[in-house]
Design a protein around this ligand. Sequence first.
Ligand code: NAD
Length: 474
Amino acid sequence: MPAEIVRENPARRAEIVGRVPVADAAGVDRAVRAAADRQRSWREVPAGERAAVLLRAADAVEAMLPGTAVLLARETGKPLADCAGELRFSVAYLRWAAARAPAAYADRETDDAAGRLVLRRRPYGVVAAITPWNAPVILALLKVGPALAAGNTAVVKPSPLAPLAVTRVLAAFPPGLVHVVHGGAEAGGALVGHSSVHRVAFTGGAAAGRAIGAAAPAALTPAVLELGGNDPVVLLDDADLSDAAMDRLVMASFATAGQVCMAAKRLYAPRSRLAEVREAYLAAAERALVLGDPLTEGTTVGPVVSAAAAERVRALIADSAERGTVTGLGAVRVDLERGHFVRPALVTDVADDAPVVAEEQFGPVVPLLPYDTEDEAVARANAGELGLGASVWSADEERAFAFARRFEAGFTFVNTHNRTGMALHAPFGGVKRSGHGREYGVEGLLEYVQTCAVHAPAAFRAGGGGMDAGAYPL
Ligand code: NAD
């Protein structure tokens, strides 16, 4: 990697959005050492004061929101409203975490016939956060927020495809608590393998996940891995096909041009309603999808993030056209040659072994597939190695919740999918090869502490009477 990352706007070829310096191994080492030094005093700061730092950062991010949303849109190609939404959710998350952290990290003490036991939530030390480009701010703050609140310090390595807005946001924390190092796999590898890093939190794709999933344990460092998904959507035979529901389903696949880990990536509809679903879906796509410049009012789908991504998705669409039928979706309000624009597409008449079904497409193309029985839909939804999100759509909520239990997925949405279905208090993460560990919710806070015990057995406390030193007490 060169000494500097030069980030271009994916919507406007050759428009430079900004530059950041790349850290070499010595730079990563300096950042980790500084974070480790700072952590020794930070862990002694009372929990309430640590939480207050998150609140002040939330206020600062809120104050810089409009300009930062524009920067985020220019570096990622995500529509401006999408970027503003990510920043608002980030602010809300910091406030949510600040409110919950002191209780979640408080000591728990029991004193009873078995003895006296204190459970202490101990921070790991230095947390390394390695993040992807597609939601760079929230995915960094989901790690940094709880890490700091728990008494850790952090070193963040953002994606080279979106290094700018997140760097600006992380500067909202007091000096020394959060360090940012830029670069690609090399800088990430130096960080994961550093002997003074004691916790790794990674979000990204399978290849990097595999590398980090091997390097962290080799350094005896525990890692949270939030990886990709190939989320199935199952419409039950009583699913609501109203305009509002269909608009939601369309955006569940095409928000951020389909480049979302929990996007709706495979649509399963009952064969008896397939034609009806397809018609309602195409109508919704006409209403909801406008391919255009991220900064233009009314754009709902921007370019994909890079030339390489565009090439990969175009090849997937060409392969799908050879196997089945590809229908272009929505309005196009931009010269496709001006940036890495790919027109949204629906694929029909393909089998489950087509790459667009079997693999995470991570782009603006989605297959619609018929099923005959619910058992068959479940089996096909659960086929494959990934298990991030899933959704079930039904007019009957009880039926939907019963069906939801059959998915092999870390997060199941009911009558929605993707961002509209997220909640700050609902833990998110994968099963199977979509990773392990959770973000959001109290479970997400607890990823940044280890529980340590202090125990005085009843027998050896004053007046306890002692016991046979060789025995296990019951
Ligand atoms: P990516 O895996 O290419 O990169 C993620 C980060 O890892 C970047 O910072 C990158 O520089 C770094 N990296 C790459 N190789 C590395 C290595 N060998 N050692 C250390 N660091 C390394 O992912 P991306 O293209 O930025 O994002 C897309 C992927 O992320 C998709 O698969 C998507 O599903 C997934 N994702 C998952 C979630 C989730 O919550 N589960 C959220 C968003 C994105």
